[in-house]
Design a protein around this ligand. Structure first.
Ligand SMILES: C[S@@+](CC[C@H](N)C(=O)[O-])C[C@H]1O[C@@H](n2cnc3c(N)ncnc32)[C@H](O)[C@@H]1O
Length: 278
């Protein structure tokens, strides 16, 4: 389906904004407890093996991935963020590259291929599939693919700029501060939300909607546990584990739904290529 503007146009503008660069350089370690749990799940198996880190932004994951292996390549398609990563981590192999085209890498090159902090949600659904195919191609047979994705059944999906209105409190100073803060962010957030609303769509198993991050500055794919499992299976992956964002709990293989904000999927490329059914 042709949308009036693309998700890339909206999102790349935001990745280049001051708010994005500020947030991505906040010395954060894990994005959430689910990411920490998922990293520790993959760490031993991938120890000292070749790693590909997609969508590195300003480099938050570089030291985390280096705890697993120094045989590491990081990529991002936003030059400003990549340059920040290069300045912060000189000598690390960091490349300007779009995840939809990993042709610079041969088949079966990496033991672990990651796309962290919901970066894969920032492209449309057809491109998401392209990226998952590319991630599988560059991962070696039996290797792991690890990414996170927003949950359409989670609390983030229903967020709108109303959430930025100041909450009442009996303390006049605190209320004044909340009003001042709202007055600073609400106009931009409201403008962004209404401007991006024309991109909002609902489909079987996923939706496209504005997310609250960066003053409602990004438009992303939200999917469901079931639909994400189905997509991975249709591409030939098996799923090792899924972790919920908030508590870092492992979501059982037979769970149909979840109220996590987002999921961390650890999928595996089969040892033998899936056989084509004729
Ligand atoms: C939410 S940010 C996460 C940044 C970083 N991984 C972190 O956790 O701090 C998403 C990143 O993915 C990158 N990205 C999104 N789509 C991409 C694509 N198709 N190819 C390469 N990078 C992409 C963006 O430029 C951005 O830096």
């Amino acid at each position: 389906m042709n949308l009036p503007i693309t998700l890339d146009q909206v999102n790349q503008r935001t990745w280049n904004s001051r708010d994005a660069t500020r947030e991505f350089t906040m010395e954060k370690t894990w994005s959430d407890p689910g990411e920490a749990a998922a990293f520790s799940w993959v760490a031993d198996e991938c120890r000292d093996q070749p790693l590909l880190d997609i969508g590195i932004g300003a480099g938050r994951t570089i030291p985390l991935m280096h705890q697993i292996s120094h045989d590491y390549v990081g990529i991002d398609y936003t030059k400003k963020l990549l340059d920040m990563s290069r300045a912060r981590y000189p000598g690390v192999d960091l490349r300007l590259m779009d995840a939809r085209d990993l042709s610079a890498f041969p088949d079966d090159r990496f033991a672990l291929t990651t796309f962290s902090w919901n970066g894969i949600d920032c492209v449309d659904y057809a491109d998401r599939e392209r990226i998952l195919r590319e991630m599988m191609r560059v991962t070696r047979p039996g290797g792991l693919v690890f990414f996170s994705t927003h949950n359409r059944e989670g609390p983030g999906f229903t967020e709108s700029p109303w959430k930025l209105l100041p909450r009442l409190t009996a303390n006049p100073l605190r209320f004044g501060w909340r009003c001042w803060r709202a007055a600073r962010v609400l106009p931009l957030a409201t403008y962004n939300y209404w401007h991006h609303k024309k991109l909002h769509r609902d489909f079987d198993g996923y939706s496209i909607k504005t997310a609250a991050a960066h003053f409602f500055g990004i438009v992303i794919v939200y999917t469901t546990l079931r639909a994400q499992r189905r997509q991975l299976a249709s591409l030939g992956y098996t799923i090792d584990a899924v972790f919920g964002s908030c508590e870092g709990n492992r979501i059982s293989a037979d769970a149909e739904t979840s109220d996590a904000w987002w999921f961390h999927f650890i999928a595996r490329k089969p040892l033998a290529a899936p056989r084509k059914v004729i």
